[in-house]
Every structure is written in structure tokens, then in C-alpha cells.
Write a protein that binds this ligand. Structure first.
Ligand SMILES: C[S@@+](CC[C@H](N)C(=O)[O-])C[C@H]1O[C@@H](n2cnc3c(N)ncnc32)[C@H](O)[C@@H]1O
Length: 201
């Protein structure tokens, strides 16, 4: 693992360090903050995904990436938190799976072009990543994204609105990709949207 530190402005360096410390602190416990189980939307659609190399953006403790590794995908996870990624590696090892992890700030991370069969990003909203996700997919590759919508404010009124999706917003975020599945869900405890979209061959 290595720390990518290509930010130039002192303010950005400070912001990235703050993020890293905040998340490392949250993850510094044995319990898995987001659980060990992959999200349902991923489990439900794993059979549609083209087998090959997966990039898991903001992998956290690895619930989704490890599920894909166990299912025969070659998985690389990127996250700003080394603590989170250590837990992801431990989760993989427990299931005799292997993942590659990269500690990096997604604000400055360059996704290699036309490289991945699948890119996933769950519960991390950085809007300027979406064009990079589309560009990082191979032709025929798929993006799977899920995160909270504005409706989630009824359950977490203090959630920062900047990191919540507007209704239908995900549908507009991956131009050029074909939407295969889309949902907006309100479980009574959380509200989120999910999308599975494919880059044309
Ligand atoms: C809510 S968690 C979601 C983790 C995982 N995707 C999941 O669904 O279980 C958000 C993740 O984003 C990561 N993160 C926050 N800011 C980041 C940044 N600038 N670059 C990379 N990762 C970041 C955090 O470390 C954390 O693991």
C-alpha cells in the first residue's frame, strides 16, 4: 500500500489529512461500522457484471469489494483510510480471498482510462468522480453506484446536504452509459438510490 499525496495547496493537504484522521478514528474498532455483508443491490446484480478487474472507490472496510473477490473478481480498493483498508484485507483473508488496496485521496486520484471491467462506489458522493468512472471503464464495463438521497434527511436531519443525491440525479451522472437498473428506495430507516450502467462496446 502507498499514500498518494499529489495535492499542491496547503489547504487541500490539510483537508485530506483531516478526512483521513476522521475516518481512521471511526474505523479503529473491531466492529465493522458498515457490516461485513455486501449491499443488496450488488448481491442482486452480481451475475450481470462482466468478470474481470473491479475498482472499488472509497472501499472502506471492504464489504462490497471482498464479496466480489470471493465471487471470482480481481479487486482493487481505494480509500483515504488505511484503517478501513486494513479491515478490508482482514475480511478478505478470513474468506481466503485476495484484494489489492491503495490508500489515496479520491479528490486527486487518477482512475486509469479504459481499464476496469467494473467500477463500484457506494456511500461516497464526489460528483466530479462520475466522468472519471465512465472513462475508467473498458467498453462493455459496468458502473454500480449507491448512496443516500435527500429523502435520507428525515432519518439523519444533520446529514450534509452536499453529499445527498437529488431525485433522479444518478440517472444523469453517467452520460454515454446505458442504464441497466435504477432504483430509489426508502426503507423507513434509510433512503438511497442505486444504479447499474454499462459503457457501450
Ligand atoms: C460511508 S463510507 C463507505 C465505505 C464503503 N464504500 C461502504 O459502502 O461500506 C465512506 C468512505 O469514504 C472514504 N473517504 C472519505 N473521503 C475520502 C477521500 N477524499 N478519498 C478517498 N476515500 C475517502 C472513507 O474513508 C470511508 O471509507
Amino acid at each position: 500500500m502507498f499514500l498518494v499525496s499529489t495535492v499542491s495547496s496547503p489547504h487541500l493537504i490539510w483537508a485530506a489529512d483531516q478526512d483521513q484522521m476522521r475516518w481512521d478514528k471511526k474505523y479503529a474498532m473491531e466492529k465493522y461500522l458498515f457490516g461485513r455483508e455486501a449491499i443488496s443491490f450488488l448481491k442482486d446484480h452480481v451475475d450481470l457484471l462482466p468478470k474481470g478487474h473491479v475498482l472499488d472507490l472509497a472501499m472502506g472496510e471492504g464489504r462490497n469489494g471482498v464479496f466480489l473477490a470471493v465471487n471470482g473478481f480481481q479487486v482493487t480498493g481505494v480509500d483515504i483510510s488505511q484503517e478501513g483498508l486494513k479491515k478490508a484485507e482482514a475480511l478478505a483473508a478470513k474468506q481466503s480471498a485476495t484484494i489489492t488496496t491503495v490508500v489515496a485521496d479520491l479528490e486527486t486520484y487518477d482512475i486509469p482510462l479504459n481499464t476496469f471491467d467494473v467500477i463500484i462506489c457506494t456511500y461516497y458522493l464526489q460528483r466530479n468522480l462520475f466522468p472519471k468512472i465512465a472513462a475508467g471503464l473498458k467498453p462493455g464495463g459496468m458502473a454500480l453506484i449507491e448512496t443516500y438521497t435527500m429523502d435520507h434527511l428525515q432519518y439523519r436531519p444533520r446529514f450534509n446536504k452536499a453529499y445527498l443525491l437529488e431525485p433522479n440525479e444518478l440517472l444523469t451522472m453517467l452520460p454515454g452509459l446505458r442504464v441497466l437498473r435504477y432504483q430509489e428506495v426508502d426503507t423507513g430507516q434509510a433512503a438511497f438510490a442505486s444504479i447499474l450502467a454499462q459503457k457501450p462496446q
